[in-house]
Design a protein around this ligand. Structure first.
Ligand code: SF4
Length: 482
């Protein structure tokens, strides 16, 4: 069941609110993984080396996929799953999951490890680069360079300088990103040195994302963060000196111990640093977190402010950033207008790009098929040691589901272009969802603008994840999301 973030309760219940994909992950199954092999196509005998050919300009809108996929939830036993031809492909991205952290944050639900030694990390680098090599051989990716690359985690900056060079060197034996429009790299401030930032720049990173979360040391400690505020300032100065085209800071409103004064102070400190962009999340307490376990053990709600308080804090932050010249570019981002404002990874994915997700528990989306890797360390490494892709579950989407996926994801930008959807998908798909759009207008969460735009109001944008399930098909209403 999706969390009710529209309520005005003073506390935050345990559960997830963030919508990152459609259909819900709980509908993906091991029974559909056969479809992945079919969309990837034949493997060539030796890995191909994809190096050149700058990707064509575009935004992922390459025409309407008209898959003959089975109905949602049905096993994909036969049939082509998509007619997206490799000769007319959407942009392609690579996600590299680096699942190591110095400490586990109390709100973290990701597949991360805090107990691995350097030989474990080396074994993981071997497996990860081998996984990329296996994909590079497949027909689906022949002559397709990466449009965007994302090092996510976990903590990519946990890797040493040598490990980073080794990983990228191995991957580049098979696949290059020298013409990628964007290479993002997530960092935990306390893991950085100036020399590591030089390595990160030299491997082609264009967008450095610093996981600050808060500037108040007591709040950071209460949430189990590994870093303190002096490490944030030091890392930021080094990053500016080393030189990256874009530096992003991540903040979370309403962490344990956060107060209105602390939050406003954090916003001011972030403004003083003048990053190119900021990501601002509202704190959630998913299952499988230390906070959720503690709350269940004590029979109490987690000590996190309620959704209306968090909305008010993010709203105040957005207004303060706007005063300082930033623009709100989605429910979670503000950017300084200009060439450093782009977020290609998000925009391409939300418009149906293909993405190969590598690493333990990673998610992929290729030619209309969602799939996820094994989420246990041993299973992931064993599969690659046997020369197999480590895919554990999948979901074959229908045309309608791809339409809904893009619709709900793009609504998180605060504005959608209905003409884009009519052009890419069946026009009736938009007509079918019109009553939901009208209801959002009626409730003050949205408005139609001009002839073909639909915009969320600020009130709608701040609670967008709570509104999106209304667009889901009936079989996915009220089901567990993850
Ligand atoms: S740094 Fe990020 S990935 Fe690592 S434990 Fe904390 S929240 Fe999780």
């Amino acid at each position: 069941m999706q969390l009710d973030i529209l309520s005005d309760k003073p506390t935050t219940e345990v559960g997830s609110y963030f919508i990152s994909n459609y259909p819900p992950f709980s509908a993906w199954s091991a029974g559909q993984t056969g479809a992945v092999e079919r969309v990837l196509g034949e493997a060539s005998a030796a890995p191909t080396r994809v190096t050149s050919a700058r990707p064509a300009p575009g935004n992922g809108s390459t025409g309407a996929p008209t898959s003959a996929a089975p109905a949602s939830g049905a096993p994909a036993s036969a049939s082509p799953v998509s007619d997206l031809s490799p000769s007319d492909p959407p942009p392609l991205g690579l996600y590299l999951h680096i699942p190591f952290c110095r400490k586990r944050c109390h709100f973290c639900y990701f597949r991360v490890y805090t107990d691995k030694n350097s030989s474990d990390v080396d074994a993981y680098i071997d497996a990860l680069s081998h996984e990329v090599a296996l994909y590079a051989r497949r027909e689906r990716f022949r002559d397709r360079p990466f449009d965007f690359v994302y090092f996510g985690g976990g903590t990519p900056s946990f890797l040493s300088n040598e490990q980073l060079r080794l990983l990228v060197g191995r991957i580049n034996e098979h696949w290059h990103w020298d013409h990628a429009r964007e290479v993002t790299f997530e960092c935990e401030p306390g893991t950085l040195k100036e020399s590591k930032l030089e390595v990160i720049r030299d491997i082609g990173v264009t967008r450095l994302s610093l996981g600050v979360e808060h500037f108040d040391d007591e709040t950071l400690a209460l949430n189990g963060r590994a870093h303190k505020s002096p490490e944030i300032f030091r890392a930021y100065d080094w990053a500016r000196r080393v030189g990256f085209p874009q530096i992003n800071l991540d903040l979370i409103a309403g962490m344990v111990g956060d107060t209105e004064d602390r939050w406003h102070a954090a916003v001011e400190r972030a403004l003083d640093m003048a990053p190119d962009s900021l990501t601002v999340y509202q704190m959630e307490v998913p299952h499988n977190t230390t906070l959720a376990r503690d709350a269940k053990a004590h029979g109490e709600a987690p000590p996190v402010a309620g959704w209306s308080t968090k909305r008010a804090w993010v709203d105040a932050a957005f207004r303060r950033f706007e005063q300082a010249g930033y623009v709100v570019s989605s429910a979670y981002t503000v950017v300084k207008p200009g060439p450093r404002a782009a977020f290609r990874y998000r925009d391409a994915l939300w418009r149906g790009a293909d993405m190969v997700g590598t690493g333990v528990a990673s998610f992929s989306h290729v030619a209309g098929v969602h799939f996820q890797n094994a989420d246990r360390w041993e299973d992931y490494l064993d599969a690659l040691a046997s020369d197999r892709l480590p895919i554990a579950r999948a979901f074959v989407t229908t045309d309608r589901q791809r339409f809904i996926r893009e619709l709900v994801l793009q609504l998180k930008l605060g504005r959608i272009d209905l003409a884009y959807f009519r052009g890419k998908f069946a026009a009736e798909a938009v007509t079918e969802r019109r009553p939901v759009l009208d209801a959002l207008v009626e409730e003050g969460f949205a408005r139609f603008s001009g002839s073909d735009a639909f915009e969320l109001t600020r009130a709608g944008l701040l609670r967008v994840d709570g509104l999106l399930p209304r667009f889901f098909e009936p079989q996915f209403q009220g089901v567990r999301y993850t």
